[in-house]
Design a protein around this ligand. Structure first.
Ligand SMILES: Nc1nc2c([nH]c(=O)n2[C@H]2C[C@H](O)[C@@H](COP(=O)(O)OP(=O)(O)OP(=O)(O)O)O2)c(=O)[nH]1
Ligand SMILES: [Mg+2]
Length: 132
């Protein structure tokens, strides 16, 4: 089975809002909301891929990112290992640079069902941490 390594950025501002983007209608996990990110290339570390993908997809230059969790998930015919980072430092203002819809959501108001199934434990952890 195909196995992807993916770098994912949980972009969080000083008001504890998180930047979400909507996946395109033609992609895997179509129309679901996601944390921006993408495939780690063979010559890259997860942190390097994160910086490249967030620049490509949201226009920001990441200046501070902390590893948050590594999550493995198998979809019908695709295995993904997602390397999640909390991103709290950047230059610029994130936007949907590839034309994708985006929105800022208070961390406490994230809804797990809006995300691909692999994200459910991550969203649960973000909700638990903000409500503690
Ligand atoms: N970016 C992102 N991908 C996720 C999340 N959750 C999740 O299961 N995935 C899966 C969907 C895809 O099968 C896989 C790879 O992500 P991607 O489609 O963003 O990869 P990419 O940006 O490199 O895509 P592309 O260049 O082929 O358009 O990770 C998430 O929160 N963010
Ligand atoms: Mg992507």
């Amino acid at each position: 089975m195909k196995h992807l390594q993916v770098a994912v950025g949980i972009i969080r501002n000083a008001s504890k809002e998180i930047f979400l983007a909507q996946r395109s209608a033609s992609s895997h996990m179509a129309n679901m909301w996601e944390f921006p990110g993408g495939k780690i290339e063979a010559d890259e570390s997860a942190a390097e891929a994160l910086k490249r993908e967030l620049l490509e997809e949201t226009g920001i230059e990441v200046t501070a990112a902390e590893p948050f969790e590594i999550a493995d998930h198998t979809y019908d015919d695709l295995r993904v290992t997602l390397h999640f980072f909390i991103v709290e430092g950047w230059n610029g203002e994130p936007y949907g640079r590839e034309g994708q819809p985006m929105r800022w959501v208070p961390q406490a108001q994230l809804v797990a069902a809006e995300f691909p199934p692999a994200n459910i434990p991550i969203v649960s952890r973000l909700l638990a941490e903000i409500n503690r």
